[in-house]
Design a protein around this ligand. Sequence first.
Ligand code: XUL
Ligand code: CO
Length: 434
Amino acid sequence: MTDFFNGIPTIKYEGPEATSEFAFRHYNPDEMVMGKRMEDHLRFAVAYWHSFAWEGGDPFGGRTFDRPWFGDTLELAKLKADVAFELFALLGQPYFCFHDADVRPEGATFAESKYNLETIVDYFGEKMETSNTRLLWGTANLFTHRRYMSGAATNPDPDVFAYAGATVKSCIDATSKLGGENYVLWGGREGYETLLNTDLARERQQAGRFLTMAVEYAHKIGFKGTILIEPKPQEPSKHQYDYDVATVYGFLKDFGLENEVKVNIEQGHAILAGHSFEHEIALAASLGIFGSIDMNRNDYQSGWDTDQFPNNGPEVALAYYEILKAGGYTTGGTNFDAKLRRQSLEPEDLVLAHVGGMDMCARGLKSATAMLEDGTLEEMRAARYEGWDSEASQALLTNATLEHCEDCVIAQGIDPTPRSGKQERLENLLNRFM
Ligand code: XUL
Ligand code: CO
């Protein structure tokens, strides 16, 4: 045991009337919700990067956190792992997620970086033997190091493409070895700063080939997990190719990967793309590519991807409503891709941030379940489309022509009557479940 979380108790469910801050008021892992344990619905994960690798910097100032594991040695990386697994245990977190660069020191050469990663993966493996926390997903950091400043797969330099490919291979190996349930690709630098120096068509081909290689390799080694792309429209690049769910779907179709790859949807990325979180989830589900979520929230005034812990009931409830309607997660889960504010220096801040996030998600799940069980929303939605239930209207979708439409309108004297969309009534209904 390290002394990092000294004095902080293991967090347990104590119900809404709990008096301690160090308690769950809503997240009760064993509580049955629609026939399934709450823990198995939500499948929470801690993000290693924000909780253990991020130093508290912003564009105007550097490190604010003072963590005993900051530094570039394998010994410190092991100390970081010790503290990480202590946090997982305190919170009863079923999963965690990591990038290679979060967990191992960067080596002087590719071989050294690979050795460092393998060393830490073995260390994780030992820790996981006595821990209840499993790996939700692994990923490669193909955006921090300066070699990736012009992209990884979409770099104009083929040497970078090769380096990124070798790195993804080592990260799929690491994820597979630890029994990871998914492998994520987020392309923060797969985009451009200016079109003046960019060959869009060429870069898109490179990205397609790169993803195909990742899928082929996962099959080759018998990786059982799901490959996920995480859409984001911009930041750090001015424009990113994996803009949103719709864009990623078009890309997957183009390269014949729509049955191989799903999406990991992040709340803040949806907002940056001008969508709501529930829109992105509902669209992915309707296209058959919903995989997992990165749960967080943006500051709506700053317009940045601020990666805050979720604290907005209706937004979270509507997200879980769409997830439940999609049948829930299979290999996916709720990864807290969320970080402390840079003034939140204390170890307890890290614990309480997750406690609040987990409770908020539990409340959202319960509200979503209540809305589904009540059924009014789905009944009203079905009623809105009931005109399509008849055989004649279904025929319009199968073999009708524009001439047939004209014949029907004239012969039957069709003159549509507008009907209310009932939005305010539906919003009032939503509020009843908050
Ligand atoms: C960046 C982001 C990443 C991915 C993993 O905005 O969300 O942390 O989740 O690379
Ligand atoms: Co993310």
